[in-house]
Ligand binder design. Sequence first.
Ligand code: ZN
Length: 281
Amino acid sequence: MHLRVELLTVGHCLHCERMARAGGSWGKVAFPAMAALIWHPTQGPLLYDTGYAEHFLHATQALPERLYRWVTPPVWTAEQRLQAQLAQRGLRLSDIRWCLVSHFHGDHVAGLRDLSQARFLCLREDLVDLRQHGRFAALRRGLLPALLPPDFEQRCEYAEDKPALRLKGAWSALGQQGYDLFGDASVVAIALAGHSPSQMGLKLRDDSGRELLLCADAAWSRRAWQCEEWPALPARWIMHDWPAYQRTVRALGTLAKLQPELMILPSHCEASLAEYRGMAR
Ligand SMILES: [Zn+2]
């Protein structure tokens, strides 16, 4: 099944470039916060993550959460707000039927509370991780539980409970199996562990017939797997599991080599997002 995919930038955060790659500058660069709008013929409009939203400011108003905002200050324009970008496409926030959550860092889930009619899908381990830590430990991991709607668990389903699908050919670089989220093989969830305990990537085919892998923060830049450029030291501390992160990046590199026409799209890689938008025009 071919799905229309639109990559929205819902705000940016400003950070020194070295955080994403050790060879980068100390100067601040803008990292886009990506949300993908996926048009599914029977499931309705879906989102993969939400990017930033006002809730991030509320959740980081007081110390110690305020530190999160100091370290990764977010900026967005009125037109970049999720609601405005959906409205441009004739959609309301309440039209979103599903939000597929890559992982629970603030820049990926800040808008969940605005999706009043959506159900959620994630990998179980990431939600367990969010719930098991106290306030400080959660914050150190980039987690802000206040961003989740109070009934999140009631509205959430787990990718692992969906039919397993064997990953074949080049895709087996990422592991043995993915999860067929809607039972039609249109959107396959693949665990890309390391940045967070599981982290859900999505394999799908767009309406031009191109295969895509939305890989969220499995790498912050495609240079990670193209040139093995790793984030600078402070950024490594926030990784859930650094060796697993490196294994995942190398697996992306193997996949990219074996399947050069595949578009692998990290959520914060401006160059990748721009290239895909250029192709989609
Ligand atoms: Zn992120």
